[in-house]
Design a binder for this molecule. Structure first.
Ligand code: 13P
Length: 256
């Protein structure tokens, strides 16, 4: 039986002082409410990574640290970019790959997602591959084949069978306050598990992201049959993030 996974994607929020503060709050709230069945990860901006990793190490916390993005090259003339090796040396364990904001705002197409995923796995870090359809794609009832194609393009380029989690984040649910229904989540999770298995990743965990809150997490975890969450806005407050971790943990405790 796998463990749950809850990831906080801080996006471009919190400077390194604020990031340290939130990490300290999280360490303390999670220590008072241990989540035995769930792994907890935070993905701060690049400039906060070392500070957050230092707090986690000093406190001997089980929180792990992820980056929100990475360049697919090992080194060289790529002004403004960061490599997998640099992240690994900072204590980063995981990288988000192909978040919809990277895809839509920074021209990350399926090919670049695939090469970035390859670079992350080659460098020995875990990856969270983000997939999800736009509202127009869902209205055209094309969401299943769209998401399957995103997964095939990314996982098909890999040689291994582990180290990848898939996060389903429908673009229309991100930051809108309108999460997908549990039926929509469950249907897509089945589709994703099937496609991931076809690509050799049968054991990949599948997360949901998009307007997850302390109020809807328990229901989505149970009825949506997800292995956890990728949380944006609600991960910026220790209390709401910890409540989502607890909801996921309770769901796992019941499944056992
Ligand atoms: P929100 O939880 O703010 O909708 O963001 C979801 C997301 O994009 C996490 O990666």
């Amino acid at each position: 039986m796998t463990r749950g996974l809850v990831v906080g994607n801080w996006k471009m929020n919190l400077d390194h002082v604020e990031a340290v503060h939130l990490t300290q709050q999280l360490v303390s709230v999670l220590a008072s409410r241990p989540a035995q069945h769930v792994d907890v990860t935070v993905a701060p901006p690049f400039v906060d990574l070392r500070s957050v990793a230092s707090v986690v190490e000093a406190e001997r916390s089980l929180i792990s640290v992820a980056a929100q993005h990475v360049n697919d090259h090992e080194s060289g003339a790529f002004t403004g970019e960061v490599s997998v090796t640099m992240l690994r040396r900072l204590g980063v364990a995981t990288v988000l790959v192909g978040h919809s904001e990277r895809r839509s705002l920074f021209h990350m197409d399926d090919q670049l997602v695939a090469s970035t995923l390859r670079a992350v796995r080659r460098g020995g870090l875990d990856a969270i591959l983000c997939v999800g359809e736009s509202l127009a794609t869902r209205e055209a009832r094309d969401e299943r084949s769209f998401v399957r194609a995103q997964i095939a393009a990314a996982l098909g380029a890999l040689e291994g069978h582990d180290g990848v989690t898939v996060a389903y984040e429908p673009v229309w649910a991100i930051g809108t306050g309108q999460s997908a229904t549990t039926t929509q989540v469950a249907e897509m999770v089945d589709e994703i598990r099937d496609e991931a298995a076809r690509c050799g990743y049968a054991a990949a965990r599948v997360l949901y992201g998009g307007s997850v809150t302390a109020d809807n997490a328990a229901q989505i975890a149970t009825e949506g049959r997800v292995d956890g969450f990728l949380v944006g806005g609600a991960s910026l407050k220790a209390e709401s993030f910890a409540a989502i971790v607890s909801a996921c943990n309770d769901c796992y405790a019941e499944r056992r």
